[in-house]
Design a protein around this ligand. Structure first.
Ligand SMILES: Cc1cc2nc3c(=O)[nH]c(=O)nc-3n(C[C@H](O)[C@H](O)[C@H](O)COP(=O)(O)OP(=O)(O)OC[C@H]3O[C@@H](n4cnc5c(N)ncnc54)[C@H](O)[C@@H]3O)c2cc1C
Length: 479
């Protein structure tokens, strides 16, 4: 993976930059010791590592503004960081950058139940947003599997989703406003505690912009009343494609489950060994959850079971209690950890039209044989968001490269099937060079022109999202 060359000039000026940062931050918020900066050398895409020049941990929007102003004046690249759980290398540093981590910015600033919103500093973890309102029976809907650790900052930057986003939408559908600091230190307010802002949809541009446009320090998030109840049904099938067809038929029927999750044999077996959730021995498993009153749940589940029966399931297990529901979800929630026990893995993220599921699953199986690398599929099937997990051995020469080539083939397959390169993990560095498969040079030019407006010096989060060949000349020209 090619990265831009670190600027020797910036590295030489490290001492001077630290001296200026010390004027606006407490000493314990500046990490400059080489051994300590290693804590920030990668995110959850651990195949790529590079320690930053400096890391800073501000506590307020004002401090973020001061840091960015100084870096802007000094020509120092800045990589914003939430919790570092990105699977796309979105928070990967460059050797001459300042990592700007928002982990200390985790306060709840305002809760308004009448108008159903919460305002938080963006270092707050996803799960603790719900934690702040659940006493009043409210919750924050987007629920990435990493929600215990990941921060709202990263969720906004990646437009994150989760198992329950089929019904409630992803981050962009639950974000009402942000406070954002531009690279020159200017603080801007976009959107707010109301339904829709006038003018251009700048909030829509910022959500999903992967730290390219500014550093988001505060967010106003929609909160929802908890549903009366929710129950899943577990379905086992003898064939991946049949399970894929069943998903397609449920969506086509007009029923809107809150989640439809898919696991294939490799994932079922791994998670069964790890979590013993009592999953059947089969090729594919679906977990379909619906919510509402007991009567609504019964009615929706019976329709879903009827559709499933047309596909000859080998198992149909409807949950009747909170304990049974927890057991059904246990294996799915353990799947990533369980796969990690088998070998190193690369988790991909592409989206396809739901009706293409059977074809795409079959083709991934064929590619797995061609490359000689096993692949497990566990994903949010209801919205076509695939997560193939390719197993490889990081210590075996050539395996990582083979895995990258296999991953690229899967992602271009998603695009060719009418989908796109990312569902919820973003582009980062992982898919940067595949962007040309989805977008024309004119499309990319238009996207980079947006960055020109927000960050004319191209200092924010370098070498991500845009193919290096297209973005490097722009960055060099801006220097
Ligand atoms: C086990 C596991 C399961 C996961 N499951 C899911 C899932 O179900 N759904 C899902 O969507 N994702 C999932 N992810 C991916 C990841 O958790 C999400 O992308 C998450 O939103 C990243 O948040 P973070 O705070 O860790 O961000 P980071 O990794 O720190 O950063 C992610 C991106 O956000 C940018 N950024 C960070 N802070 C700011 C800021 N203040 N302003 C502007 N940009 C900023 C960074 O520069 C980077 O580009 C999973 C990851 C793991 C490891």
């Amino acid at each position: 993976m090619e990265m831009p060359k670190p600027s020797p000039d910036v590295l030489r000026r490290k001492g001077a930059v630290v001296a200026r940062l010390s004027q606006v931050l407490p000493q314990d918020a500046i990490i400059q010791d080489e051994a300590e900066t290693r804590a920030y050398e990668c995110d959850a895409l651990t195949a790529y590592k590079c320690a930053p020049m400096i890391a800073v941990l501000p506590s307020t929007t004002q401090q973020v503004s001061d840091v960015l102003r100084i870096c802007h004046e000094e020509g120092v690249p800045v990589v914003p960081r939430g919790a570092g759980t990105s699977l796309a290398g979105g928070a990967l540093p460059t050797a001459d950058c300042v990592i700007l981590g928002v982990a200390r910015m985790n306060d709840v600033l305002e809760v308004d139940y009448d108008n159903r919103f919460i305002r938080v500093q963006t270092g707050r973890t996803n799960l603790s947003v719900t934690g702040a309102v659940e006493e009043e029976d409210f919750f924050y809907a987007p629920d990435p599997s990493s929600q215990l650790a990941c921060a709202i900052a990263g969720n906004i930057a990646m437009n994150s989703g989760g198992a329950h986003c089929l019904k409630y939408g992803v981050t962009t559908n639950n974000l009402m406003g942000v406070t954002m600091v531009m690279m020159d230190g200017t603080v801007v307010e976009i959107g707010g505690a109301y339904l829709d802002a006038g003018g251009l949809d700048l909030l829509g541009v910022i959500c999903g912009s992967e730290g390219q446009l500014g550093v988001v320090t505060e967010a106003t998030l929609r909160i929802l009343r908890k549903p009366e109840g929710a129950r899943p049904v577990l379905m086992g099938f003898d064939d991946n494609e049949v399970a894929g067809q069943c998903v397609s038929d449920i969506i086509k029927s007009g029923i809107l489950p809150v989640a439809i999750e898919f696991m294939d044999r490799l994932c079922i077996q791994a998670s069964e060994k790890f979590a013993q959730a009592g999953y059947p021995d089969c090729e594919a498993l679906l977990i379909v959850e619906v919510e509402g009153s007991e009567a609504e749940i019964d009615s929706q589940l019976s329709k879903i079971v009827e559709i499933a029966k047309r596909h000859n399931p080998v198992e149909l297990r409807e949950s009747r209690s909170a304990e049974e529901s927890a057991r059904i979800w246990l294996g799915r929630k353990s799947a990533f950890g369980a796969m990690g026990q088998l070998n190193d893995y690369m988790c991909l993220d592409g989206t396809i039209p739901v009706s293409s599921l059977p074809f795409v699953l079959r083709r991934i199986g064929e590619l797995s044989k061609d490359y000689g690398l096993p692949v497990g599929n566990v994903f949010h099937a209801g919205d076509g968001n695939m997560h193939p997990l390719i197993l490889f051995d990081a210590n075996k020469p050539g395996d990582l490269e083979k895995c990258e080539a296999f991953g690229a083939d899967i992602l271009t397959l998603c695009v060719d099937a009418g989908g796109c390169l990312t569902g919820e993990h973003g582009v980062g560095i992982e898919k940067r060079d595949l962007m040309t498969h989805q977008y024309t040079p004119q499309d990319l030019e238009a996207q980079m022109a947006v960055k020109d407006v927000f960050d004319p010096g191209w200092l924010l989060n370098p070498a991500k999202v845009f193919p290096l060949a297209a973005s490097e000349p722009r960055r060099m020209a801006a220097e």
